[in-house]
Design a protein around this ligand. Structure first.
Ligand SMILES: [Zn+2]
Length: 119
């Protein structure tokens, strides 16, 4: 097995898109880059820091619930749906999962460029 995964926090030299919220990682802001190889395929994902924190929190919750094995992790791009799943299991009473979901939704909304109509 040659699977590996390295996470580094970098400062964006140019604009990037977060793999979780699709929000803009502006030039000069910090982001996490996960890169590595899985099943012989190289990968690289960029995640804005708020999403990265949310992923860390969710990862911890799922491990506490034994919903993740040691060799498993949250799939890239699946943070929002995994969070929503947890929130529904908590019957939407878990304040933290709702707060994180809201944050992702807000960053998503901001990333949607307004159409140039009505001006
Ligand atoms: Zn993000």
């Amino acid at each position: 097995m040659s699977d590996f995964n390295v996470v580094v926090t970098l400062v964006a030299a140019k604009e990037h898109t977060c793999c979780e919220c699709q929000g803009v990682i502006a030039k000069g802001t910090k982001y996490d880059r996960d890169s590595g190889a899985q099943d012989g395929q190289g990968f690289s994902y960029k995640t804005c820091l708020p999403c990265s924190e949310a992923r860390e929190w969710l990862d911890k919750q799922l491990r506490q619930m034994n919903a993740l094995n040691d060799d498993e992790g949250i799939e890239f791009g699946a943070l929002h749906s995994d969070l929503a799943e947890l929130a529904s299991e908590e019957r939407f009473l878990g304040v933290e999962s709702l707060r994180l979901l809201l944050g992702i939704a807000e960053r998503r909304n901001q990333s949607v460029k307004p159409q140039g109509d009505g001006s």
